[in-house]
Design a protein around this ligand. Sequence first.
Ligand code: G3H
Ligand code: 13P
Ligand code: ZN
Length: 311
Amino acid sequence: MPLVTSTEMFKKAYDGGYAIGAFNVNNMEIIQGITEAAKELNAPLILQVSSGARKYANHTYLMKLVEAAVIETGLPICLHLDHGDTFELCKSCIDGGFTSVMIDGSHHTYEDNVTLTRKVVDYAHERGVVVEGELGRLEGVEDEVKVAAGEGSYTDPAQVQDFVERTGVDSLAISIGTSHGAYKFKPGTKPQLRFDILEEISRRLPGFPIVLHGASSVIPEFVEMINKYGGNMPDAIGVPEDMLRKAAQMSVCKINIDSDLRLAMTGTIRKYFAENPSVFDPRSYLKPAREAIHGLVAHKIKNVLGCDGKA
Ligand code: G3H
Ligand code: 13P
Ligand code: ZN
């Protein structure tokens, strides 16, 4: 099976009350850990590449690694550009074989976001590629995109219908209180998401797939591992998993996860070096890191996304 778009995945996820995991990939071990877990559980999958990942690993290497995963797993896999910020970047990924792109115009004015998104949609749809747009701004840091605390804004439900109609996007990323990175909520406060905004958006866009960014749970087991073995992340707090499950049962069809993968990999490698200080073969520490990613993704598929058995 070749790479697929997310169209069919989202239709089934919307109707079935579950979500597809969109996992960020940067190298071979991450791709293998994710795709082996999805294969084991027969789950559909979105692998997403940020512009930072593309600079780090090179478009062709990532493309070929993902193609290898398609051959090895036989799963429906969608290859998606995460947070494309220009028409040129989206065009380059579309021309280079991606089946889905995000154009993140959320830092522009509303009208400029509409114009830029429409331009990407026209180019993508002519080539059979789907497009995710964004309305509202998430806080947090993701390599190229930095939004300071207090500068984020919730999605305005009054704008969503107009935005979807005028741009022709296939899915919409919204802001309801999640944020990028490992520090999502103030320590000592109760994490909260604006489910009332999500409900209102779904009411105005019946049947339309919604995307949740910044959706790592910041799994305490891995944060504790990092802190135990020389790291310093005491205030890391993520989105509680029951909230993600609730979103997946509603209109959220795509849940983005990157930080959890980073924490799993880093915690495992820190532990490995602490326990094996004289080992210097990279395979020795990358193998348990890959296994940790496998375990984490299997947990997300079964217990958070609910997409096991849906490939
Ligand atoms: O939300 C974006 C992802 O976490 C990607 O992060 O730009 O550091 O690769 P990155
Ligand atoms: P996290 O930082 O919560 O993993 O979010 C990732 C994301 O939204 C990628 O676009
Ligand atoms: Zn994101």
